[in-house]
Design a protein around this ligand. Structure first.
Ligand code: NAP
Length: 283
């Protein structure tokens, strides 16, 4: 597995396994299958409701802890957020059955962002999270966080796929040493991604699927990717992307698919801001 090195020296696999929208009663099996397929980076979140199942699969898998890279995410907390954030982190660790995280991400740029970040910085210093980062931060919010805090986020996990390529975000992150991580790398299949003629056409030359072309394209851009699947044959397919290389011309043809717009929701939309900001998790 190819790694990237984060801004604090921590190594992170460039490809991992995401468990969003996998129901808790299917998650243990899915993660068990993913570990068997060779995935070592697991991406969950308090908000996904499946941390306990991820933890069970980790324990059953018997893979040495230092060979795994486990990410979970902090949900939005009320101010003053320091104590709430600490409690949320401890709850996640307990549910996962771990004594440290490899990466702890602030899931949304809402709530008491500064209080949340200070608590995450403290957890990082104590070794409870080897790296800390954010998700869904657009350039304005990211730069504000970077410029006004001690620790620069190691990662920003944002919607990134062929139809929303985030080149401006990517350049800003690179400038400030923040690793770009893609969520929704397949756009969850929207816009007929899996049968897109440009992607399938490029794949034909290598005997690869559109999904594999997308993952390869992300990897060649230096972006960490975490495809989700509940099917072992797709998990195997999605990790077999290190035996071919896209040409500059193929990368340019994929660049031509960018629409510059989200296929999910806009974090600047006041209705979405209100909905996400007000949501609270139980337990
Ligand atoms: N930070 C955030 O706010 C945020 C938001 C969304 C997601 N994420 C993270 O990013 C991860 C990935 O994003 P995502 O789960 O939203 O979607 P995704 O990875 O873009 O797409 C997943 C979909 O693609 C299908 N699929 C997977 N491999 C395939 C293949 N080789 N051929 C055809 N279909 C395939 C899956 O179906 P099957 O399962 O049936 O195979 C599923 O329907 C998440 O699991 C989560 O960890 C983070």
């Amino acid at each position: 597995m190819q790694n990237v090195t984060l801004n604090n020296g921590v190594d992170m696999p460039i490809l991992g396994f995401g468990v969003y929208q996998i129901p808790p009663d299917q998650t243990e099996q899915a993660v068990t299958d993913a570990l068997a397929a060779g995935y070592r980076l697991l991406d969950t979140a308090a908000a996904y409701g499946n941390e306990e199942a991820v933890g069970r699969a980790i324990r059953a898998g018997g893979i040495p802890r230092d060979e795994l890279f486990v990410t979970t995410k902090l949900w939005v907390q009320d101010a003053p957020a320091e104590d709430n954030t600490r409690r949320a982190l401890e709850t996640s660790l307990t549910k996962l059955g771990l004594d440290y995280l490899d990466l702890y991400l602030m899931h949304q740029p809402y709530g008491d962002v500064y209080g949340q970040w200070r608590a995450m910085e403290a957890a990082n210093r104590e070794g409870l999270a080897k790296a800390i980062g954010v998700a869904n931060f657009y350039p304005d919010r990211l730069l504000d966080l970077v410029l006004n805090n001690e620790i620069t986020p190691a990662v920003n996990q944002i919607e990134t796929h062929p139809f929303f390529q985030r080149t401006t975000d990517h350049d800003l992150m690179r400038e400030h040493g923040v690793q770009h991580q893609s969520w929704g790398g397949f756009a969850e299949g929207k816009n007929n991604l899996f049968t897109d003629p440009v992607l399938t056409g490029i794949g034909k030359a290598y005997d690869k699927s559109a999904a594999q072309v997308v993952l390869r394209w992300l990897i060649q851009r230096g972006i960490v990717t975490i495809p989700k699947s509940v099917r072992p044959e797709r998990m195997a397919q999605n990790i077999e992307v290190f035996d071919f290389r896209l040409t500059e011309d193929e990368m340019a043809r994929i660049a031509g698919l960018d629409t510059g717009a989200t296929l999910f929701f806009d974090h600047h939309d006041p209705e979405m801001v209100a909905w996400l900001s007000k949501r609270r998790l139980e337990g």
